[in-house]
Design a protein around this ligand. Structure first.
Ligand code: ADP
Ligand code: ASP
Ligand code: MG
Length: 814
């Protein structure tokens, strides 16, 4: 004999009920008890009608109509016309009684727990009746068992306590006296000895099925639902969650107690004592293996078996100086809660005994606050205990697993994962069974917390990075192209799942929770919303993804001014925009400080030498205790390009024009030619070496005539270059005469920085610098005579994009 329970979604419509019949009909000979829930959503609707009627709000009538239509339509779709009438009239007559009950509640303007149970029972009464009739119509040998007669409880409405002796006898006798292969009965509902209708609590049909399975010594209890088993986390919130093939009763119980709604917590108790296995299966994918729950302990398996959450939690804190050293306060506190029927989900007590903090359902808060304030009124009047504080809008996330007690470091990993993702932890508790570690967090952080923890404990190898990219010009579009090309490699080789969730240029912005399709981003962006930096940030914050990274590919001052808001929300920043790091020292250091406090990397490798690992190397030198004595560098790919191409057969004007056209200069070439860009770069290197330097303190020996420097637009600038061609030729000739080449050199030594054009003789490290190459010589304590040299292409969209890429991979490994 086996017991099969079908949940609300499994019986939500005629179509689904047909699937249920197919599953039941698979068993040709073995006897089956089928326990069913109300049609999906009906229980909520019934409770709604009851609430509205008791508030004398006649809107309950339209909901009642909806309830009626759902049931009548289900009958019409399932039962052939010729057999419908009897069934329809029975359903209508039940609905009439329901209507009378609601009218009563409406007239009195009140609803008692007893009446509420009575009203809500119609969900299961009707579903079980319709399903049994449908089975019979389909030729399945079926009888109907009335749960009100079989399942006996005390008189507590809402969540009655089962009288197992009577219930077991009733069930086994009924089964013995019935000879059909299938028995259909309602879940959730029962009755007391006094004949009052009772219910077993929300989600209680699972429990009914377990009670019956134990009573008749079934060989298995199958829970058929809308997911393929008990998962490592709620699959509706964590896409990466996986079904757990096998799990112990104790672990399953802990998971369900801590929020894995797929199994109603009391369900395990009756079957556990008889050793009856539970199998959780998916009505819509019956071939999937599902989860088998047995007494077998998880001996060598995973430490953490699942991650759960409980919503709608409030924290109550009782505190005050009068609590220290006075015995019995906690006892009184808990007694008060318990006599008011308030269940405590989580307890923490500071060792100072100054405060006790409990997590309860938000629906119990009002009652709890008034009860406790009343009970401690005497102490509160004398200011020994403060009036109770209730913090709302919280949730509990918990790690659950049998083997957790044997392992150290799990809570550390849990809290650092949450911390890295800016999930504020309000309270912590470790279950006495040591089978769970729970944290109370803000309800808005639940999805992020679950996903981050799931990644840390179940996808050790794969880390998801969620990018929000601003700027899709030369560099940005190259970056996206590289990401598209490398996505597979990153996932397979580096175990990084890098997705672009948001994207913006100065005109539009677009977001996609599942990651923007990188083959189609241009049209997605074009058809996006109007771009707005504040809205962009708000959306990033609202989406609240783990491992979020803001990527700035612009050269905009306004965008640079938003980094602090990202960092202060634990969102990492990767940027090729030099403005922030070369602004006032106070701003640069404030950003670095935010990055440190909020555990959010702030990386700007591409600010100097595009993709060359200059800043990263410098950081490593400093971190390992080395000291920077001197930096000599050619840091402008643009100026290098210009002076490598300029000679007596060209004109300076034409070479600069060409450099601009080929993307080697900033849109405003004066920023490069004047040396400002190089100043910014050496400033950043000096700062990264540990020097508190401002840009004004850098000496700039500019080679540009004063008039060129003073121009305000590109046209005037280029005109001035033409005008002073002779000057430029003179500079070239002087260098050529000495067999030297012209290089724009940046220096940093003894705390001072300077930039300027220099004649570089043959044999010097800088002499053979080709194209747009950059070179940096680091003279340090460990490299005093022979410097550490980094050299290579230092400008161009492709290499800059690859530098951004490298920063993102660095964050991935963070
Ligand atoms: P039924 O109506 O069949 O009783 P429930 O809605 O009560 O179904 O339970 C199934 C739901 O439980 C799933 O749809 C899923 O959203 C939720 N759930 C929460 N945690 C888990 C988990 N760890 N594994 C599987 N499902 C879970
Ligand atoms: N129908 C009830 C509920 O929704 C019982 C159940 O489905 O398990 O809570
Ligand atoms: Mg359920």
């Amino acid at each position: 004999m086996k017991v099969l329970k079908f949940g609300g979604t499994s019986v939500a419509s005629a179509k689904n009920i047909r699937l249920v019949k197919d599953i039941v009909a698979k068993s040709k000979t073995e006897r089956i008890i089928v326990v069913v829930s109300a049609l999906g959503g009906i229980t909520d609707l019934l409770l709604n009608t009851a609430r509205l009627a008791s508030q004398q709000n006649s809107d309950y009538k339209s909901i009642l109509k909806e309830i009626e239509e759902r049931h009548l339509n289900t009958v019409k779709e399932l039962i052939p016309v010729q057999s419908q009438s009897g069934i329809l009239s029975k359903v209508k007559s039940e609905l009439n009684t329901l209507e009378t009950l609601l009218e009563g509640a409406f007239l009195i303007g009140e609803i008692t727990p007893k009446l509420s149970d009575k009203i809500v029972s119609y969900g299961e009464l009707l579903s079980s009746y319709i399903i049994s009739k449908y089975f019979q119509e389909q030729g399945v040998s079926t009888s109907y068992a009335d749960s009100r007669e079989l399942i006996k409880t005390n008189d507590t409405n809402g969540k009655a306590v089962v009288n197992f002796d009577k219930t077991n006898t009733n069930c086994s006798t009924f089964v013995d006296q019935t000879d059909t292969q299938v028995l259909v009965m309602a879940g959730f509902i029962a009755s007391s000895d006094n004949g009052n209708l009772t219910t077993l609590g929300r989600g209680g049909s699972d429990y009914t099925a377990a009670i019956v399975a134990a009573a008749v010594n079934a060989n298995i209890l199958e829970i058929w639902t809308d997911v393929s088993g008990m998962y490592t986390a709620n699959p509706k919130l964590v896409k990466q969650a996986k079904a757990i093939p096998q799990i112990s009763y104790e672990e399953a119980m802990e998971l369900s107690h801590f929020g894995a709604k797929v199994l109603y917590p009391p369900t395990i108790q009756p079957v556990l004592s008889k050793g009856i296995p539970i199998c959780i299966k998916n009505t819509f994918e019956p071939k999937k293996e599902g989860t088998l729950i047995t007494k077998n302990k998880n001996i060598n398996g995973r430490t953490v078996r699942g991650i759960t959450h409980i919503e709608n939690i409030a924290l109550l804190s009782l505190e005050g100086p009068g609590m220290v050293g006075i015995p019995g306060i906690s006892k009184r506190f808990f007694e008060e809660l318990s006599t008011s029927d308030i269940s405590v989900v989580l307890i923490t007590q500071a060792s100072s005994e100054h405060s006790i903090c409990v997590g309860i359902s938000i629906y119990d808060v009002e009652k709890a606050v008034s009860t406790v304030n009343r009970a401690f009124a005497y102490e509160m009047e004398r200011e020994k205990i403060k009036p109770i504080i209730a913090e709302m809008d919280l949730a509990i996330v918990a790690l659950v697993g049998d083997n957790m007690k044997k392992h150290q470091g799990l809570s550390g990993k849990m809290f650092s994962t949450l911390g890295k993702n800016n999930v504020n932890i309000r309270a912590i508790a470790q279950g006495a069974s040591e089978r769970n570690i729970s944290a109370v967090v803000n309800k808005n952080d639940v999805k992020k917390a679950l996903n981050a923890l799931h990644e840390a404990f179940f996808e050790e190898n794969i880390k998801q990075l969620n990018l929000f990219v601003m700027g899709v010009g030369n560099v940005g579009s190259k970056f996206i192209a590289q990401l598209r090309q490398q996505k597979k490699y990153l996932k397979e080789q580096l175990k990084l799942n890098v997705r672009i969730i948001g994207i913006s240029n100065s005109r539009t912005m677009a977001f996609d929770d599942n990651g923007i399709d990188l083959n189609n981003w241009e049209s997605i962006l074009k058809n996006g919303l109007k771009a707005d930096k504040t809205n962009f940030f708000d959306t990033v914050q609202e989406l609240n993804y783990r491992n979020s990274i803001f990527v700035d590919n612009t050269a905009s001052e306004e965008v640079a001014a938003t980094y602090n808001t990202y960092l202060a929300n634990s969102i990492s920043v990767v940027t090729c925009n030099k403005i922030a790091c070369s602004s006032e020292y106070s701003n640069y250091s404030a950003l670095k400080e935010l990055a440190r406090i909020y555990n959010a990397p702030f990386l700007f490798e591409t600010n100097v030498g595009a993709g060359l690992p200059i800043i990263d190397t410098l950081k490593h030198l400093v971190a390992s205790g080395d000291e920077i004595l001197k930096i000599q560098a050619v840091l402008s790919g643009s100026l290098n390009f210009v002076f490598n191409n300029f000679n007596d057969k060209t004109t300076f004007h034409d070479v600069v024009k060409k450099a601009q056209k080929e993307g080697y200069t900033e849109p405003d070439p004066k920023i490069d030619l004047s040396g400002i860009d190089v100043m910014r770069k050496i400033l950043i290197l000096a700062r990264e070496s540990g020097k508190q330097l401002e840009i004004d303190a850098i000496e700039n020996q500019s080679f540009l005539p004063k008039e060129s420097l003073e121009t305000n637009n590109n046209t005037d600038f280029f005109a001035s270059l033409k005008k002073y061609e002779a000057e430029f030729q003179k500079i070239y000739a002087a260098a050529a005469a000495k067999d030297s080449k012209l290089k724009y050199v940046a220096r940093f030594e003894e705390g001072k920085a300077s930039v300027g054009l220099q004649e570089i003789p043959k044999g010097h490290d800088f002499y053979n610098l080709e194209g747009s190459d950059n070179i940096v010589l680091f003279y340090t304590k460990r490299y005093p005579d022979q410097p550490m040299i980094i050299k290579g292409a230092g400008a161009g969209a492709d290499v800059t994009a690859s530098g951004i890429f490298a920063d993102i991979v660095r964050i991935g490994n963070f």
